[in-house]
Design a protein around this ligand. Structure first.
Ligand SMILES: NC(=O)c1ccc[n+]([C@@H]2O[C@H](COP(=O)([O-])OP(=O)(O)OC[C@H]3O[C@@H](n4cnc5c(N)ncnc54)[C@H](OP(=O)(O)O)[C@@H]3O)[C@@H](O)[C@H]2O)c1
Length: 214
């Protein structure tokens, strides 16, 4: 049994990660901004607590004693995603260092993944350009993790995108960036928790897709 803190536990990726961690028998600290909106998360194996991912002091206190932290955050109300992701990355690096937690499993963004020819998915011809500002903001977070010493971070993202309505395959495979690739949140959560239980990737961003084509 491991002790895992999941930040953004009320979101789609965070909920899937929480369910997968519970399925594995881990003790989960589920961090959300407003616990009253996420009471359904609390239960056997899950302690629901209030916390903001941009608050280093709160993260330092909450993360103490955990084996790893999973962060799956996106602030849809923010008009400045760059500011949000930089503040998030700095709070996580600072807070986790003070808590003595070295493993961070970060939910990243597919456009930042290299495709099979090495071109970043977001730079490939025809890739929608309207979200470029958002993915550059996400990139600032991983750059900040990379400058932190002593943080064994890994970023996982879909190789392409999430499959919102599909049936989980029950597994996953790592894969380069590919706009057509899909993975359900449940399969994605397996990859997140595998990097908690048996860390294989360090200081790198890896894409994952369903074990078999949906
Ligand atoms: N193709 C791709 O690569 C792809 C596609 C989709 C998403 N993503 C990435 O996956 C990650 C998770 O996405 P998702 O689909 O799970 O999003 P989601 O369902 O919108 O969940 C995001 C969660 O972040 C939480 N959050 C926002 N600001 C916070 C703060 N200051 N402190 C603590 N929690 C905060 C929200 O909490 P509240 O419940 O309090 O609002 C929400 O539960 C994001 O980084 C997103 O960019 C990647």
């Amino acid at each position: 049994m491991r002790k895992v803190m999941i930040v953004g536990a009320g979101g789609r990726a965070g909920r899937a990660a929480t369910a997968e961690a519970v399925r594995r028998g881990h003790a989960v600290t589920a961090v959300v901004r407003e616990p009253a909106r996420h009471q359904d998360l609390a239960g056997p194996g899950v302690a629901l607590v209030a916390g903001d991912v941009t608050d280093a002091d709160a993260l330092a206190t909450l993360a103490a004693g955990h084996d790893a932290v999973v962060a799956a955050v996106y602030d849809s109300s923010s008009t400045d995603p760059h500011r949000f992701f930089v503040a998030t990355a700095h709070a996580l690096t600072d807070g986790l260092a003070r808590a003595g937690v070295t493993r961070l499993v970060w939910v990243g963004l597919a456009p930042l993944l290299p495709t099979s020819d090495g071109t970043l998915l977001g730079d490939t011809e025809g890739y929608p350009d309207e979200h470029r500002g958002f993915f550059l903001a996400h990139a600032a977070a991983t750059r900040a993790f990379d400058t932190a010493t002593g943080l064994d971070w890994v970023a996982l993202s879909p190789s392409g995108d999430f499959d919102h309505g599909g049936t989980p395959s029950g597994g996953y495979a790592t894969a380069p960036g590919d706009a057509d690739s899909r993975i359900t949140y449940a399969d994605f959560a397996r990859a997140l928790l595998d990097e908690v239980d048996e860390p294989r990737t360090f200081r790198a961003h890896v894409g994952v897709e369903a074990a078999s084509a949906p």
